[in-house]
Design a protein around this ligand. Structure first.
Ligand code: TRP
Length: 467
């Protein structure tokens, strides 16, 4: 396909459609479930600070690069990279970014669906008033009971995967674009309401202090690596999801008022997405940690943090049944708008190779579902089967999120900064401020690759050294 030909996958209908879809991809379990549990595990403030630095210094510039490459190539990451490599007269092996991304997508989707399945169960239980007046110990027992039940978890995992693939099969713009338009603002409003509620609980000051008191003695190499990995994870970077969304992004849109064609700026668009994503993560922390401290729970509780603390809060507040049910519905929807982007690079690639979209969706979903069974078992039968960094689930998460995403991001930065012709990148970005452009260029050429390389090396030494 030549540039300018009609794309096979369709396009976003407006700049806001892209912003919503990309925000939908970015905002998800990474913000509401993973960020607080990581912050709790790695000691709070220092982790939060490093995470914010990673978002601003590495995440945003790489996201700009990823959208830029995607829009220039206009296809799935594998074919986009092949095409751009040919244009720059370098080896087709750069398509490796696309292949590795597809693999990372499978791995993340496999456990993402399991955790999102928990939200399905919680919606059901919440709606029946199962958490009314529950104690901290009761909430913990409830969560552990669910984990011990492998069949229940498998059922929820299956249901969520079917939901994801159904949306992907229908094509993104018809179903999801519309749903996200309503659900995302609702999630914001509810989150703000919950932060206000949390501010009335006795543990609020302690919770805020935990998140924003920077105690660097708690910062380990592993924590820095987790922060960088989390920055990639939460912005959906490093595996082509944002690249393929960028491929569906128009270069110009008609201005609604004047009717004239207007260029769509990549940089300001990415800025909005990163800001919204960060606000949701911090908001989730500001709800969860006050509840933790008000109820004498441990912030370092691990993956259960969200699922133990929030039901407790909902069990105590007035109208908690309704608020709690709506909240978990919204979390589930934000997970759905993320999970579809995990499969999309792979599905787009299969579609370009001639497969029908529904069939491609089923193939991708089925594969990820099978890998996900390992994660289901990691919480019960295989709970004590640990190797390298922990259980099967922890290893898959670590391999994909902490290694493959940063590596993919680094290669994307190197390609955009060193391999691609400078004039091409500059033209596609069309930034108004030359100074800002030079900053971006310096980051993708030098800062981002060096930062990622340092963190990755540290990671490998840590794992291989057995620490
Ligand atoms: N960003 C999503 C979240 O925070 C998860 C996600 C969606 C993702 N697509 C991705 C992570 C691509 C890495 C790569 O929940």
């Amino acid at each position: 396909m030549k540039q300018g030909d009609k794309p096979v996958h369709g396009m976003w209908t407006s700049r806001w459609a892209f912003i919503l879809a990309a925000t939908g991809s970015a905002v998800g379990l990474g913000n509401i479930w993973k960020f607080p549990y990581f912050a709790g595990e790695y000691g709070g403030g220092a982790f939060v600070l490093v995470y914010l630095l990673c978002i601003a210094l590495v995440g945003v510039p790489i996201m700009v690069a990823e959208v830029m490459l995607g829009r220039k190539g206009g296809m799935s990451p594998v074919h986009t990279m092949k095409k751009l490599a040919a244009e720059s007269k370098v080896s087709r092996r750069w398509a490796g970014i696309g292949y590795m991304g597809a693999l990372a997508g499978f791995l993340i989707l496999s456990f993402y669906s399991v955790i999102a399945g928990w939200t399905l169960y919680y919606i059901w239980d919440m709606a029946q008033g199962g958490f009314q007046g529950i104690s901290a110990a009761g909430s913990l027992a409830h969560f552990e009971g669910m984990q011990a039940n492998a069949w229940l978890m498998l059922g929820c995992h299956t249901a969520f995967m079917i939901l994801t693939m159904w949306v992907v099969a229908r094509g993104v713009s018809r179903g999801l674009e519309k749903a996200v338009q309503v659900l995302m603002p609702l999630l914001f409003v509810l989150l703000i309401g919950l932060v206000v509620y949390a501010s009335t609980t006795p543990g609020f000051a302690q919770g805020v202090n935990f998140m924003f008191h920077f105690d660097f003695s708690k910062l380990s190499g592993k924590a820095v690596m987790a922060a960088l990995g989390q920055a990639f994870f939460t912005l959906s970077l490093g595996m082509g999801a944002i690249m393929v969304y960028g491929a569906y992004m128009p270069r110009e849109v008609k201005d609604r008022r004047s009717g004239q064609a207007r260029r769509v700026s990549i940089v300001s668009t990415v800025g909005i997405i990163a800001l919204l994503d960060t606000l949701v993560a911090l908001g989730a922390g500001l709800v969860i940690f006050p509840v933790v401290f008000s109820n004498g729970l441990e912030p370092s509780q691990g993956p259960g943090l969200l699922f133990v603390t929030l039901p407790l809060a909902f069990g105590q507040m007035p109208a908690g049944v309704i608020v709690g049910t709506v909240f978990f519905v919204l979390v589930m929807c934000s997970a759905l708008s993320s999970s579809i982007s995990l499969g999309e690079p792979m599905v787009a690639w299969l579609v370009e190779r001639g497969l029908g979209r529904p069939l491609a969706a089923v193939a991708v979903g089925l594969t990820a579902w099978v890998i996900g069974i390992g994660t289901v078992l990691s919480f019960n039968y295989w709970k004590d089967v640990t190797f390298l960094v922990g259980t099967f689930f922890q290893n898959v998460d670590f391999l994909a999120s902490s290694l493959m995403l940063p590596l993919g991001g680094m290669l994307i930065a190197i390609f955009a900064g060193w391999v691609m012709k400078e004039t091409q990148a500059r033209k596609e970005l069309a930034m108004k401020s030359f100074g800002l452009y030079m900053v971006w260029r310096a980051v993708v050429r030098i800062v981002a690759p060096l930062a990622v390389a340092a963190v990755l090396l540290n990671a490998l030494i840590g794992v291989l050294g057995g620490s």
